[in-house]
Design a protein around this ligand. Structure first.
Ligand SMILES: Cc1cc2nc3c(=O)[nH]c(=O)nc-3n(C[C@H](O)[C@H](O)[C@H](O)COP(=O)(O)OP(=O)(O)OC[C@H]3O[C@@H](n4cnc5c(N)ncnc54)[C@H](O)[C@@H]3O)c2cc1C
Length: 318
C-alpha cells in the first residue's frame, strides 16, 4: 500500500467527526485510504466510515471500548508494518497527541503534528501548520520517507462526503492485546458546560470586537432571541469579559458547526475561522470589505453592524 492509513477515533460509543475530516484529507490527497477502527463493537461504528474509505479494518476486543494508547500501539504498529502506508493520519486530539509520537518513536518514522494542509510533492509530503500561537503559517517540505506519521487539526478539512469511496471491510481477530500495560481506563468525565453549549446550537449569532463593548451585547442578544439563536463570540470579546469564555468560537475556544452562523463585527482571523468555517450557512456583517471573514462567508453584508442589527431584530421579532 502506498496510500493513507487513518486511525479512527471514537468516544462514548460514537465516532468522532475528526475521523471523517482525516478521511476528507486522505481522499483529497488521492490514492488509497485505509481506516483502522479499534473498538469493543466496531461493527456498530463502521456504518459512518463505510463509503468514505477504500479499506476498513475492524479490530474488536472488549478492552477497546475506550482509548488506551498501550493497547492501540502494538495493533497499529503491526498494521503499519503490514500495509506500509505513505502516511499514517490521525486527529490532533488528546488521543492523537498520545498515539502519534509513540508510534513514530517506536517505528523510527518522521512525525509532523497539528497540520492544517497536506499535499504530495514529487513523492514527498508537504504540510501547512500554524506556528507562534497561530500568528504565522509554516509550510514544511518533508524529506522523502517511506512512511510519515501526522496529526490533523480539527476543522482543517471537510469531512469526507458519504459515497466518496467504495469500501472493502475486513474484520481482524485480536486474540490478545498488550498483556502487560500500566494504564487502565477508569471513567469518562465530560467537560463542564458552564452556561450553554454553543456547539449544540442550530443558529449562532456571534459577536466580535466590532460590537464595541458590553453595553451593546443586549442588542445582539435581542436578535439571537428573535431568531431562536444562541450568542457566541470571538476571543477578544471573551478575553474582555463581555461574554463568558464558554461562548468563544475558535482554536482556543469551541469548534462549532451550526446550520446558520451570523458573524457580527468579526474580522475572521485564522484562529476564529478554524472554529466555524464548516458551518452550514455563514453570514457576515462587517464594515471592512477586505475582512477575511468574507472569504468563508456564503453571504456578506458590508455595513455598520449597528445599522443592520435593529433591522434584523425588527424583521425576525415579528
Ligand atoms: C494562540 C491564539 C489562539 C487564538 N484563539 C482564538 C479563538 O479561539 N477565537 C478567536 O476568535 N480568536 C482567537 N485568537 C485571536 C485571533 O487571532 C484574532 O485576534 C481574533 O479572532 C480577532 O477577533 P475579532 O475579529 O473580534 O476582532 P478584530 O480582529 O479586532 O476585528 C473586528 C472586526 O470588526 C469590524 N468592525 C468594527 N466595527 C464595526 C461595525 N460597527 N460594524 C461592522 N463591523 C465592524 C472590523 O472591520 C473588524 O474586521 C487567537 C490568537 C492566538 C494567538
Amino acid at each position: 500500500m502506498s496510500g493513507v492509513l487513518v486511525i479512527a477515533e471514537h468516544r462514548q460509543g460514537a465516532l468522532r467527526e475528526a475521523t471523517l475530516e482525516c478521511l476528507g484529507a486522505a481522499l483529497a490527497l488521492g490514492g488509497e485510504a485505509t481506516t483502522l477502527l479499534l473498538a469493543d463493537a466496531p461493527d456498530a461504528l463502521a456504518g459512518e466510515i463505510t463509503g468514505r474509505t477504500h479499506g476498513l479494518k475492524l479490530y474488536a476486543h472488549p478492552d477497546l471500548a475506550a482509548f488506551n494508547p498501550e493497547l492501540y500501539l502494538p495493533v497499529v504498529m503491526d498494521a503499519v508494518k503490514a500495509l506500509q502506508p505513505s502516511l499514517v493520519l490521525m486527529p490532533h486530539s488528546s488521543q492523537g497527541m498520545d498515539l502519534a509520537p509513540a508510534l513514530a518513536g517506536r517505528l523510527g518514522l518522521p512525525l509532523v503534528t497539528d497540520c492544517t494542509g497536506l499535499s504530495w510533492n514529487d513523492g514527498a509530503l508537504s504540510v501547512q501548520r500554524a506556528v507562534y500561537g497561530g500568528k504565522a503559517m509554516q509550510e514544511l517540505a518533508l524529506k522523502p520517507a517511506a512512511t510519515v506519521v501526522a496529526t490533523l487539526q480539527a476543522g482543517a478539512y471537510q469531512a469526507a462526503p458519504a459515497g466518496a469511496a467504495e469500501t472493502a471491510s475486513e474484520s481482524v481477530t485480536l486474540t490478545e492485546l498488550a498483556p502487560r500495560h500500566a494504564r487502565r481506563f477508569l471513567e469518562y468525565l465530560a467537560g463542564v458546560v458552564e452556561d450553554v453549549d454553543i456547539a449544540e446550537a442550530d443558529i449562532l449569532v456571534s459577536v466580535g470586537r466590532g460590537i464595541g463593548g458590553p453595553d451593546n451585547i443586549p442588542q445582539a442578544q435581542a436578535l439571537a432571541d428573535a431568531l431562536g439563536a444562541t450568542l457566541s463570540c470571538s476571543r477578544p470579546v471573551a478575553d474582555a469579559g463581555w461574554l463568558p469564555k464558554s461562548r468563544q468560537v475558535g482554536t482556543s475556544g469551541k469548534t462549532v458547526r451550526p446550520k446558520i452562523y451570523l458573524a457580527l463585527g468579526i474580522s475572521g482571523a485564522f484562529q476564529h475561522q478554524a472554529g466555524m468555517k464548516n458551518s452550514g450557512t455563514i453570514i457576515a456583517v462587517n464594515s471592512d470589505p477586505r475582512a477575511p471573514i468574507f472569504q468563508v462567508a456564503h453571504y456578506g453584508i458590508v455595513a455598520d453592524l449597528f445599522e443592520v442589527l435593529p433591522k434584523l431584530s425588527e424583521r425576525f421579532g415579528g
